[in-house]
Design a protein around this ligand. Structure first.
Ligand SMILES: C[S@@+](CC[C@H](N)C(=O)[O-])C[C@H]1O[C@@H](n2cnc3c(N)ncnc32)[C@H](O)[C@@H]1O
Length: 218
């Protein structure tokens, strides 16, 4: 899914590349001319190195053992940063620590494994606009792939923005599963707040109602 958000890439960074399959796919499909594949752990990064070597494509990639995007020297040709399968908190940290993303208006492709609300909040509050989201299902789990770019437009997101973002445009079966998953999370939080404070939280109540409406349209 993340790969479908990358088109005509020059240098594409794949953060947390693990086995390197996404990076390889991007090169093989002509979606990236060059790859910078990073991983914080040596073993997965080595798998990516070996995968590229086994396809005679080592010349198309640079492999970095690093946290996020730290230590990349030349960022001029980077058009996309893809981060798939990491948590929303880590993603926000990686983006914050790489100012070139903002300065060079690099296209972000983010597929959070969990805590998508956190990275959406970070994006909205820091001048990134979410251009598209596509919900996806894999092995019985539901995700939303987020495409975003720095525009300087800052938004104070409410609970609905953080948990749904632009995913509301999706209407297929994966959207249904995604919205139901988010609804269950928000309902739990909403009930917890009500028990703790004795009051209903309007933002949570509003978000839950809006998600019910989304589900009615599917
Ligand atoms: C679930 S895998 C992601 C797999 C791959 N991106 C994909 O979509 O198939 C997570 C990978 O991210 C790496 N990772 C975790 N935190 C990281 C960080 N801060 N910087 C770089 N890599 C990280 C882990 O070592 C692991 O290989």
């Amino acid at each position: 899914m993340a790969a479908s958000f990358v088109d005509n890439g020059d240098t594409v960074c794949d953060v947390g590349c693990d086995h390197g399959k996404l990076s390889l796919y991007l090169v093989q499909r002509g979606k990236a001319k060059q790859i910078i594949a990073t991983d914080i752990n040596e073993q997965p990064l080595q798998k990516a190195v070996d995968l590229f070597a086994s396809h005679d494509l080592s010349h198309t990639a640079t492999f970095l053992l690093t946290d996020g995007l730290q230590g990349i020297e030349n960022t001029d040709s980077i058009t996309h940063v893809v981060i798939a399968g990491l948590g929303g908190h880590t993603m926000a940290q990686v983006i914050e620590n790489a100012p070139f993303i903002k300065e060079n208006k690099v296209q972000l492709v983010l597929l959070p494994a969990q805590s998508g609300y956190f990275v959406r909040r970070f994006l909205y509050e820091n001048g990134y606009s979410i251009t598209t989201e596509k919900t996806v299902t894999e092995k019985g789990k539901y995700y939303s792939c987020i495409s975003a770019i720095y525009t300087g437009i800052v938004k104070q997101p409410d609970i609905y923005d953080m948990y749904i973002g632009e995913s509301y445009t999706n209407t297929d079966e994966s959207a249904k599963g995604y919205f139901e998953m988010i609804l269950a999370q928000l309902d739990k939080k909403r009930r917890g707040i009500e028990i703790d404070t004795g009051n209903a939280d309007n933002q949570y109540t509003d978000a839950v109602e809006r998600i019910h409406s989304l589900l009615e349209k599917i």
